[in-house]
Design a protein around this ligand. Sequence first.
Ligand code: SF4
Length: 337
Amino acid sequence: MNSLSDIHQRLRAAGAGPAHERRVLRLWSHGLPQDSGPRAIESFLPKSLRDALPAVTSELDGLATLVSQHPGEDGSVRLLVRLADGQTCESVLLPRGGLCVSTQVGCAVGCRFCMTGREGLLRQIGSAEIVAQAALARTLRPVRKVVFMGMGEPAHNLAHVMDAIDFLGTVGNIGHKSLVFSTVGDERVFERLPRGPVKPALALSLHTTREDLRAELLPRAPRISPADLVEAGDHYARSTGYPLQVQWTLLDGVNDTAEEIEGIVRLLHGRYAVLNMIPYNTVDGLPYRRPAWEKAADLARQLHRRGVLTKLRRSAGQDVEGGCGQLRARGKVAVPV
Ligand code: SF4
């Protein structure tokens, strides 16, 4: 039962009508017990569904369970989450009501600087398991924004991710521009996102304006030029009314050069976009280093002066464990629950 359609079928088989389904799923996705709410469950659900509900609820609760949590000084908390088959993935509670979820166990893109990319793709995370990460997070704190930036490339699990987005943007009560689809760039994304009933904001992991360097850093990302990616992202952003979020993991001496500054100005000036620069979290065993904060701040100032809206961010939870995939890779349990 790892997709939302499995859950719908299960509830219908137990006698649920559309209103019953909506109620059960709304409570679950908000992290609330099934006997909460103003209307007593006994007076609302048919008996066949009431009888089936304990087993269904226990399966829903088992879709994503908390293994450990790792609080950071910035208010974020990294969560190691166990899926029903025993695989694990990571979610991150972000400051101000955000949540970062995983869409795959492992990832096939193989970015050179990413721990998740090292193990390849192990399996897809189903739409219900994606929503279950939000349901689990909501048992810990309110969630008003969900970013699809954890383990995995959402474009490689597009149907499940879009089902989860449609669900979270309706039953899950998350504002559409507060759902952020993150991708390295893939034709299928630019075709599919504008067609959905819920249109998320788009984050594009660009990391460099040089095609040769991008092929080296993101070896299995689709070969689309940075200029074409920005063009497609800008087009989608204008159609939704929320700016394109261009993600740039700053790697010391690699993509923080004068040449890249020129490339960024060329690509992003005049675009409906914001550049998010995130200094890399150094990972043991990988050759990349985080640039000094002052150097990163200087780059951001230069870009601002040249008309590129730039935000320099500290990646959430960096004081906990570094980049995504490390909790899982190390099987580390800092705060058992
Ligand atoms: Fe996959 Fe994202 Fe890691 Fe790249 S950075 S390997 S796309 S999880």
